[in-house]
Design a protein around this ligand. Structure first.
Ligand code: 13P
Ligand code: ZN
Ligand code: NA
Length: 284
């Protein structure tokens, strides 16, 4: 069923497996990732970007979510990804999103902290959870973020943020980036261990697309319980559609539902592979 983010993350954090947090952008992708969770008996975090909320409409997304999760048996949860806009946070919480990432990483840490305290109080009124971020993750995604390399804060600053705000998940910059990596990233995995040792809170690994299996396994073993994936899904979606449309036989028919079926299957398979790799498969 639909459960709080904290319920999904506490098991994953304790037992050191990762739960895919996948950015969906339409009905097909939302349905396909949920189908993968059922197929692999895996918990799942479904995320929407602010851009998706604005383009589809929060109310439409919410209607899709409630219809598609009615009667689902594996634990799933709906999360709002990187959101600097307080009104969008409030709208999603009001509609029923289970958690939000308040992304005030562009603000000075003091102001970020002050506003995050407010967002946590607001979310708690709905029984919802909050992810916090003080270092803008490198790379623009769905119009949010910046191309300049993330500036890591002192560990003490991150710990003060965690202790003051009581966020449920923390998203540190560790050399990770949104989008596909131009060269293999050098990750500061020790940062994850240091954070978790000093303040045991589940860590969100952003920029998941493009990391190696070994990098995923290592970071998950250190406490990255939420593993964000966006670009890989977009790529799977586009490549699958392209391959299908390039097939001459299919072009003769011009039958949209068969295109959707084909793309859906590739999205289900990609999501399922991640669940197996992250160790969430079989945990539901
Ligand atoms: P990727 O697009 O690199 O998978 O990053 C996803 C992400 O961090 C969403 O918040
Ligand atoms: Zn991110
Ligand atoms: Na990435």
């Amino acid at each position: 069923g639909v459960v709080p983010l904290t319920e999904i993350l506490s098991g994953a954090f304790e037992e050191r497996y990762g739960v895919p947090a996948i950015n969906v952008f339409n009905d097909l992708t939302m349905e396909a990732v949920l189908a993968a969770a059922v197929e692999r008996s895996s918990p799942l975090i479904v995320q929407t970007s602010v851009k998706t909320v604005k383009s589809i409409g929060g109310d439409v997304l919410w209607a899709m979510w409630t219809a598609m999760t009615a009667g689902i048996e594996v634990p799933v949860t709906l999360h709002l990804d990187h959101c600097p806009e307080r009104e969008v946070i409030s709208e999603c919480l009001r509609l029923g999103w289970n958690s939000v990432l308040f992304d005030a990483s562009k603000l000075p840490v003091e102001e970020n902290m002050r506003q995050t305290v407010e967002v946590v109080a607001e979310a708690r009124r709905y029984g919802a959870a909050v992810e916090g971020e003080i270092e803008s993750i490198t790379g623009v995604e769905d119009d949010i973020g910046s191309e300049t390399a993330a500036q890591q804060q002192e560990l003490a600053v991150a710990l003060e943020f965690l202790r003051t705000t009581h966020v449920d998940v923390f998203a540190p910059a560790i050399g990770n980036a949104h989008g596909s990596y131009k060269q293999a990233p050098v990750l500061d995995a020790q940062r994850v261990s240091d954070l978790v040792a000093a303040h045991p809170v589940p860590i969100a690994l952003h920029g998941g697309s493009g990391l190696s299996d070994d990098q995923f396994r290592d970071l998950i073993s250190r406490g990255c319980a939420k593993v964000n994936i966006s670009t890989a899904l977009k790529e799977t979606f586009m490549k699958s559609g392209l391959a299908f449309l390039e097939s001459a036989a299919e072009r003769q028919k011009w039958d949209p539902p068969s295109l959707f079926r084909s793309v859906r299957q590739d999205v289900v398979d990609m999501t399922g592979s991640l669940m197996t790799l992250f160790g969430s498969a079989g945990r539901a």
